[in-house]
Design a protein around this ligand. Structure first.
Ligand code: FUB
Length: 326
């Protein structure tokens, strides 16, 4: 079961894993993925096929050592406010505590974001009794900045329900903006010192083109769809995300963690499978892209496998585009 990971190969093959959020904790690489279920129920644009019920944590001492599956660290049945669909999580460390941030549908079918805590990066994680007040949609990603201020980024279209929050309230019938109108941006909120709540209302992040114009909703090669991730490189904040319908991982940069962000280019060309979702982490002297695809399941969209590959910057700070099958 414990395999030495090779670049662009599944990290583990005994379970399906997706949406990897990788971090270096206690000198090792820890990966917080979704745990895809091996079922054959039908698929739809609402994402009902992504019916995940628990989380596992994976770790590697380094890139040449076996992957350890630390087993189930949190289950749906132990989260009082959640009804189904434990989607893409992220983890953070602060206050001598490890925090697992995760989306799930509440008992009204609305996606919310919860948090669970542990004294170990490998879990188990103990959930708070309620979701984070003011949270909505999916795909939380947390950046603890150099000054120790933590930011939570989140959001996703379609099944992720971001379209339904344009007024600040949940509007079940709401659809996205017209093609020529600015695209919906991911959201960002400051986290409280104890990491358990939002400090103030979430704000929408604007993503602009090279001329400072917001990327329109119809520009499906560049507009935000889901899976935000923010990392820092040479004093710049890099916001990367999935374009959804065009299946790319792309990025934009800013001097400010709250944005606006200027679109830069493509990190990863489409993978096998509909979704693409990633994280970027520095381990020792290498930058790594963790991502997933559906090669192990022969292309079944909801049976994904986490992989990694090395990521390279150009002299000017741009990221070299990666073809995962080259
Ligand atoms: O894994 C369920 C959903 O699929 C995630 O939340 C999205 O980012 C997409 O990868």
């Amino acid at each position: 079961m414990n395999q030495i990971p090779k670049p662009n190969q599944p990290l583990v093959t005994h379970i399906f894993t997706a949406d990897p959020s990788a971090h270096v904790f206690e000198g090792k690489i820890y990966i917080y993925p979704s745990h895809d279920l091996d079922h054959d129920r039908p698929s739809n644009d609402n994402g009902d096929q992504y019916a995940m019920e628990d989380y596992h944590v994976l770790s590697m001492d380094n890139l040449a050592s076996p992957v350890v599956d630390h087993g189930q660290v949190l289950h749906l049945k132990d989260i009082p406010w959640a009804s189904k669909q434990l989607w893409a999580p992220d983890a953070a460390y602060k206050n001598d505590t490890y925090y697992l941030f995760f989306p799930a549908r509440d008992h009204d079918g609305i996606f919310r974001i919860g948090v669970a805590t542990s004294s170990s990066p490998a879990g188990p994680f103990h959930p708070q009794p309620t979701y984070m007040e003011g949270s909505y949609s999916i795909d939380p990603a947390v950046l603890v900045d150099d000054d120790n201020q933590a930011y939570i980024y989140f959001g996703g279209l379609w099944g992720g329900q971001l379209e339904k929050w344009q007024t600040g309230n949940f509007e079940p019938e709401a659809t996205g903006p017209d093609a020529s109108a600015p695209a919906l941006g991911p959201r960002v909120a400051l986290l409280s010192e104890d990491m358990l709540s939002f400090q103030g209302a979430p704000q929408e992040i604007t993503i602009v083109d090279e001329n400072g114009k917001p990327i329109p909703a119809g520009d499906e090669d560049r507009r935000f769809f889901e899976g935000p991730w923010v990392h820092k490189y040479n004093g710049w904040y890099y916001l990367s995300y999935s374009t959804g319908t065009t299946h790319k991982l792309v990025y934009a940069v800013s001097r400010n963690p709250m944005g606006p962000y200027t679109f830069k280019g493509t990190i990863l060309t489409p993978v096998i499978g509909w979704t693409t979702h990633h994280s970027i982490v520095r381990f020792e002297d290498k930058w790594c892209l963790f991502y997933h695809d559906c090669s192990l399941s022969g292309g079944v969209n909801h049976k994904r496998s986490v992989k990694y590959t090395e990521l390279h910057y150009n002299e000017d700070g741009t990221i070299r585009t990666i073809d995962p099958y080259a």
